[in-house]
Write a protein that binds this ligand. Structure first.
Ligand code: KIV
Ligand code: NA
Length: 264
């Protein structure tokens, strides 16, 4: 299969075809996800939680993401790989450029940053220097100490309007994808319809242009705390490959996420 590109992801949005994505941190799972036809993989700073056992993503370093991006790239040489920029590695445009370069050299095709208005200049800088950017709005795990917990965002009308406004500004600044995390179904739909770039949801309802899940959640590995938007595909499918295939099929068919995985 020909390599995935940002242009092909954008075409999927136009054609109304759902985009499928999973986090990946090592070569073996990256290979499995590529074989199952997952459209792109994210080397997420969620690795702080699921790989390192940290209680937040804040301790994750650039070197950690470089290491895991290299592993994912080796396992899936043709895959479209996005890498998260960790907490405080993009505090200024210049710092963001230096650090994004490391991730691109490690094998990433695109980097992801959490935030809205304060990132517009940074995004312009990166895109002008040939680093594709995915933005991230809604629940921002790197801001957990400001938000006071991992809570749904954009419930009030003013917050929803503000999130939509920031999404449009991020697109205007040059972001080519937008992750929406933990927002009500109606806001996920409103933003996805307003933007020309694809939206990728996690806990953002069924109307985003694509879906992403943390791989451990898809396999039912996080036993102490199960967010509402998570589904254990392994329980139904019986083996890892079957679970990934079921996830891909259900996202493409619009069957996942269902109302039981979404916030009204
Ligand atoms: O780090 C991560 O896994 C993420 C996804 C939840 C989008 O940012
Ligand atoms: Na992340």
């Amino acid at each position: 299969m020909a390599a995935m590109t940002i242009a092909k992801l954008a075409k999927k949005k136009l054609a109304g075809e759902k985009i499928t994505s999973i986090t990946a941190y090592d070569a073996s799972f990256a290979k499995l996800f590529a074989e199952c036809g997952v459209d792109f993989m994210l080397v997420g700073d969620s690795l702080g939680n699921v790989v390192q056992g940290q209680s937040s993503t804040l301790p994750v370093t650039l070197a950690d993401i470089v290491y895991h991006t290299q592993a994912v790239r080796r396992g899936a040489p043709e895959a479209f790989v996005m890498a998260d920029m960790p907490f405080m590695t993009y505090a200024s445009p210049a710092q963001a450029c230096d650090n994004a370069a490391e991730l691109m050299r490690a094998g990433a095709n695109m980097v992801k940053l959490e935030g809205g208005d304060w990132l517009l200049e940074t995004i312009r800088c990166l895109v002008e220097r040939s680093v594709p950017v995915c933005a991230h709005l809604g629940l921002l795990p790197q801001s957990v100490n400001v938000l006071g917990g991992y809570k749904i965002q954009g419930r009030e009308q003013s917050a929803a309007d503000n999130t939509l406004r920031q999404a449009l500004a991020l697109q205007e600044a040059g972001a080519q994808l937008l992750v929406l995390e933990c927002v009500p179904v109606a806001l996920g739909q409103r933003i996805s319809e307003a933007l020309t770039i694809p939206t990728i949801g996690i806990g953002a309802g069924p109307h985003t242009d694509g879906q992403i899940l943390v791989m451990h959640d898809m396999f039912g590995l996080n036993s102490d705390y199960l967010p509402k938007f998570v589904k254990n595909f392994l329980a139904d499918a019986g083996d890892l490959r079957g679970a990934v295939e079921m996830y891909v099929a259900q996202v493409k068919a619009g069957q996942f996420p269902g109302p039981e995985h979404s916030f009204e």
